[in-house]
Design a protein around this ligand. Structure first.
Ligand code: PFF
Length: 434
């Protein structure tokens, strides 16, 4: 084991960091709009089913592989079998691709923080969002600012920043969400939003919904790009990885549900379209804020906390290629971060421009931003998760019985890791490629 490897100061720090990685834009920005595009409650039912049955296994396996090998992704796969190192390398590559669109949304948040504190005269937030994202310069600058913030924390080493962000800011964030939920539920027609979210119409069920739900579940839980493997490799002592896994899954799902209950009643009340896509949160929330007393302050607080959640996730995305570059290629942390800044900028800038000047440029019918989101969440993350389960189950031979006391659950875990989860992931990938 490397002498100078970072490690968490305690089990609590580790859990906070892992929850910080999971809870982010995926819960508040991505979950509501993917759900809106996929028919509401049926999607939620499929999503929860996948979270409760399938997702525990790859999440747990990533942590165990990291903890067991104590290496970054390539080294971890290589330690299990040297032939697997290329599969390991797919993780940091996926990380770079994810960060290239994730950080654009981080830039949008910065803009909305600014808006909260200026007395803007916006009346049509839908039109505003459209014109803002199309205006090339400001979104590009803000993407780079957000990228810089994440790189800055990563370059300093993650312990202190992450600990603070999660200890203090996350509970505060939950409180603000609850206040906004109370407001949203008090709006006329709020009931329609709740029905949309919780009254499934199973006739709408289709195969692509499974792909979207699985992509979202992996994305929101940070599974399938080595973030949890890397964080797991910094664990010194955690005898109860099972409990840590539950904590991560529970917190993440709670935040996603809170976000939904905050947004959908308001969406229906304001007569907005739930399927309107990536701008959903950035259109609905400003409407809410414009209607409530002290809306500017609440809005500022909300977006600042969302920024904190996005940064803790952003750090975990960047930590994956940083760990690989520092440990494997012996590049100093600061140099690795600088190099990454340029690589990610080179992909992010065209992706940011894909809402404006580059909007005509399409890959498989999608603009660059949507393509990066699609290819990572619906293809690379499931594929990486598939390889991880196969390697952990068949080669590292992780046994549920070593971690899980209940014999039945342990046996189910073994069967799931070796058969059910890899086959499900393959099936879903097949549906996606068809
Ligand atoms: N889980 C994060 C979110 O929901 O915002 C996004 C993310 C972080 C994806 C880390 C992947 C990852 F490795």
């Amino acid at each position: 084991m490397e002498k100078n490897r970072p490690s968490w100061s305690s089990r609590v720090t580790f859990i906070l960091a892992a929850v910080g990685s999971a809870v982010g834009l995926g819960n508040i920005w991505r979950f509501p709009y993917i759900m809106g595009q996929n028919g509401g409650a049926v999607f939620l039912a499929v999503y929860l089913l996948l979270i409760l049955t399938i997702c525990f296994i790859p999440l747990f396996a990533e942590l165990v592989v990291g903890k067991f090998t104590k290496k970054e992704c390539i080294g971890a796969y290589e330690a299990i079998n040297p032939k697997f190192k290329f599969l390991g390398a797919m993780n940091p590559i996926t990380g770079v691709l994810i960060s290239s669109f994730y950080f654009i949304v981080g830039g949008w948040i910065l803009n909305y923080i600014y808006l909260s504190f200026t007395s803007s005269k916006i009346t049509d937030y839908g039109a505003y969002f459209g014109s803002f994202t199309q205006s090339a310069l400001i979104p590009c600058i803000l993407t780079l600012v957000f990228l810089f913030l994440c790189i800055f924390f990563t370059a300093r080493g993650v312990k202190k920043g992450i600990e603070f962000a999660n200890n203090v800011l996350m509970p505060l964030f939950a409180v603000i969400l609850v206040v906004l939920i109370a407001f949203s539920l008090s709006l006329p027609n709020a009931k329609l939003g709740l029905e949309y979210m919780f009254k499934p119409d199973f006739s709408k069920l289709n195969a692509h919904m499974f792909l979207a739900a699985l992509g979202q579940a992996l994305f929101t839980l940070s599974i399938g790009m080595g973030a949890l493997l890397t964080y797991g490799s910094y664990i010194k002592e955690d005898k109860n990885i099972t409990k840590s896994t539950y904590t991560i899954i529970f917190s993440d799902t709670l935040f996603a549900l809170l976000a939904g209950v905050m947004l959908f009643p308001a969406i229906f009340s304001f007569g907005l379209e739930p399927s309107s896509g990536a701008g959903l949160v950035f259109v609905t929330l400003p409407y809410i804020f414009s209607q409530i007393p002290f809306g500017g302050i609440v809005s500022g607080a909300f977006f600042i906390l969302l920024l904190a959640a996005a940064i803790t996730s952003g750090i975990s995305i960047i930590e994956v290629p940083v760990a690989t570059m520092t440990e494997r290629f012996k590049i100093s942390r600061i140099n690795a971060c600088t190099i990454l800044f340029f690589i990610i900028s080179a992909i992010s800038i065209p992706a940011t421009l894909s809402f404006g000047p580059f909007s005509e440029f399409k890959i498989i019918g999608k603009n660059i931003f949507d393509f990066l989101d699609f290819i990572t969440s619906n293809f690379l993350m499931p594929l990486n998760a598939f390889f991880l389960c196969v390697i952990a189950g068949w080669f590292l031979k992780i046994k549920g019985g070593t971690f899980i006391r209940n014999r039945v659950f342990a046996a189910l875990f073994d069967f799931g890791l070796k058969f059910v989860v890899p086959i499900t992931l393959l099936l879903v990938l097949y549906i996606g490629l068809k």
